[in-house]
Structures are given as structure tokens and as C-alpha cells.
Unconditional design. Structure first.
Length: 211
């Protein structure tokens, strides 16, 4: 697969996400309760369909290494993310990096909750002491998975490499990374898509579908 990311491939993936990975409800609907329990969402992403699609995951991995291959050569890092959403993307990044460039990238995952038995581990895999890069399917400065990742990395005594990559993110400025500041360093997160790439509203999307 070419690392040039032809526009047709990116658009096909965008359409796949727009049509199959966003659940939208009409204004006033109570179908999607907030995590905090004091309101309801108007839409939510469910990106598993995209990250388990063979053509889509190849495109995502190619986009990652198009951005970060030169940086990795000069500043090796390891990749990590919170289970289970990050797992397909981590796997594709590690495989594509080795297959395309011969990179031996270490990766590990972070459980949502510490195991209740055995080693009671929170981290799955074997981290090295290389700086850690954040990987996920989507994020924003308020996303719980990001802060869970930061807490796990801090508690493990590992350094961040200051970068992150996700498939979709909330962005304040088009074309710029989303920088999130933490007690162990800032993380500049890039993505293939931002919310502006999709029809987020129920009325907006279904008006186009029925036009």
C-alpha cells in the first residue's frame, strides 16, 4: 500500500465513518446518557467498524508512519493505548512499521481497570524505558481514556514523548495539533480526521441522506 494516502482512500474511510460509525439521535432524545449521568449526548462515535476494516486499518497505519517515520528514526519511541479501542490501531502501527521500514516498535496496552487476581496488573505487555506515544481511536482534552493513560504512564515511572495519534479528535483549529497539558509533560495529538470532517447532527446527516 502506498504511503502517499490517495485522496480517494481517505474519502472512502471518511464516508465509512460518517455512515457507519456515528450514532445520532434527534434533539431531546434520551437514548445516549452522559457518562456523568446528568444529561444526554446528541451523537457518539463507535469506531470499531472502521478500525477492524482491513483497508481502513492499512490506511490508518500508513498515515501514522507518513507523519512519524522520520521522527522515529531520530527519536525512537514506544506506542501504547487504553484497551480495547486502541488495540487494532497499535497492532497495525507495529506491523506496518516493521513491514514497511524494518522498525522494531515496542507496544503495550493499558487495562481500563487493574486485574483483581494474579499480578493485578494494569499494563499488559512489557514497556521499555523509551518515551511513550499515546494512541487511541478518538480523543479530546476531556476524554477519560487519555487521562487514564496519563495516570498509568506516570505511575509506571515512564516518560511521555510529547506526541499522540488518534483516528478522530476534537480540534479547535483546523490543521493544528491538539495540545493537552499534563503534570508529566504536554502531548500534541494529531489525527487523520477531526469532528469538522463529519455530519455530526441528526438533522444535518439525515437531510443529506434523504436529499
Amino acid at each position: 500500500m502506498s504511503d502517499n494516502l490517495p485522496a480517494v482512500g481517505r474519502e472512502t474511510l471518511r464516508q465509512l465513518i460518517n455512515d457507519n460509525c456515528i450514532y445520532r439521535v434527534p434533539p431531546g432524545s434520551k437514548e445516549l446518557p452522559w457518562m456523568e449521568g446528568n444529561g444526554h449526548y446528541g451523537w457518539q462515535f463507535y469506531l470499531r467498524k472502521a478500525v477492524l476494516d482491513p483497508k481502513a486499518i492499512q490506511l490508518i497505519a500508513a498515515d501514522f508512519w507518513r507523519r512519524y517515520a522520520p521522527y522515529f528514526k531520530a527519536n525512537p519511541f514506544q506506542v501504547a493505548g487504553v484497551e480495547a479501542a486502541a488495540v487494532p490501531i497499535l497492532t497495525a502501527i507495529i506491523w506496518h512499521g516493521f513491514d514497511r521500514f524494518g522498525f522494531e516498535v515496542n507496544g503495550f496496552t493499558i487495562r481500563k481497570e487493574r486485574k483483581k487476581y494474579g499480578l493485578q496488573n494494569l499494563i499488559e505487555g512489557l514497556p521499555t524505558y523509551e518515551p511513550v506515544m499515546f494512541i487511541d481511536d478518538l480523543t479530546s482534552p476531556a476524554h477519560n481514556a487519555f487521562w487514564h493513560f496519563v495516570n498509568a504512564i506516570r505511575n509506571a515511572g515512564l516518560p511521555l514523548n510529547g506526541l499522540g495519534y488518534v483516528l478522530v479528535r476534537k480540534a479547535e483549529k483546523a490543521g493544528s495539533a491538539t495540545t493537552i497539558h499534563t503534570s508529566i509533560g504536554s502531548v500534541a495529538i494529531e489525527s487523520m480526521f477531526t469532528l469538522d470532517d463529519f455530519d455530526m447532527g441528526y438533522a444535518e446527516y439525515y437531510a443529506k441522506e434523504t436529499a
